[in-house]
Design a protein around this ligand. Sequence first.
Ligand code: HEC
Ligand code: HEC
Length: 343
Amino acid sequence: MKKYLLISLSCFLLAAAVVFAANGYAGDNLSEWKLPSVPVSKDNPQSAAKIALGHQLAFDVRLSKNDSISCANCHVPMVGGAGPTPRAFGHGGELGRWAPSWFNSAYATSFFWDGRAASLEEQTGALPGHMGPITAPGEMGADINEVAKKLNGIPGYKMQFNKVFSTDATPENIAMAIAAYERTLVAHESPFQLYVNGDKKAISSSAKRGFDLFRAKAGCAACHTPPLMTDNGFHNIGVPQTGPLAEDNGRFEVTKNPDDKGRFKTPTLYNSASAAFFMHDGAFSTLEAVIDHYDVGGNPKAANQDQLIFPLKLTKAEKADLIEFLNSLTDRKLNENKPPKLP
Ligand code: HEC
Ligand code: HEC
């Protein structure tokens, strides 16, 4: 009897080891990569009517000076909710930075490449005392009180603001409606999310190998951490500075801590494979160039480059697998978001 127990125990252990090996990466825990539900502040609860209003505002050029630029002009759905040019163009001409994706920024703990805004509401620039795209002279260049007045002169908007907020449009509720819309832009239906939620066939075996590399040999998950693919932190990864700025000190501009020079916020990577550019200054235009940058260890000459960036010695096949994995993070539905009908 004892012997029988011993044999069944060893069979069980052997079977467990085989299953473990077949799953690849040691200590595989897919569920740690499931996107959690989106955090929503008590002061700005979600509602269908508010989200629909925010969707309209985000696509409406009338939120800018001279009715010329909308949020979605710089955060273009088709290119992953990010900028269509390496540096964004606003009222002030070419800016110093590329417009990162606004997809999945619902989870961020700080906003902009240097983290200078604390909430999606604040980020819009509509809240009194805060500069952001609507009010930044170089971007949409508007006077927010004028925008509110303009919107209240449009019956369809006036009606919706009163339905959702029980008041006319104000700087505060403009910010709240846009933020509510942004909180719906989450890559829940990316093949990778379907995979970690149990659909084993949602991603290819190449993408699975890429995911293993991402967490092991290539060291990506040290910064692009579970579950959000970002540590919400700031790192200097030696990206070459391109565009009109000779230098961009990144996080240092906010903290004035010399260690923060050249540090930028870690992006979430969701839908980024469908973007036309990458990095704070749009320095790269292909994922191949991004992977090659990491493969050679970034720019070892860059002052202050992160210790977590080092030569990876990836093979051609491994690079292709990593790219296949990055592609599995794209939720096509977000990219197909159509401009809404405007009042
Ligand atoms: C002129 C182009 C332009 C317009 C218009 C614009 N943005 Fe941006 N957006 C950018 C750029 C550039 C950045 C990065 C700026 C920086 O880091 O200093 C950015 C950053 C962001 C971020 C931060 C994402 C993150 O993860 O940190 C969000 C969210 C965002 N924009 C939303 C909006 C919203 C909402 C609007 C409309 C109210 C808008 N943007 C209008 C160019 C633009
Ligand atoms: C030391 C932390 C760190 C590590 C390790 C790291 N990244 Fe990043 N990643 C970042 C930061 C920070 C940025 C933005 C840097 C900038 O704009 O200057 C970034 C940007 C990117 C981008 C561009 C996304 C966008 O929207 O612009 C991609 C793609 C990317 N990383 C993939 C990877 C892959 C693949 C690996 C592993 C080979 C990896 N990262 C390893 C921190 C890291």
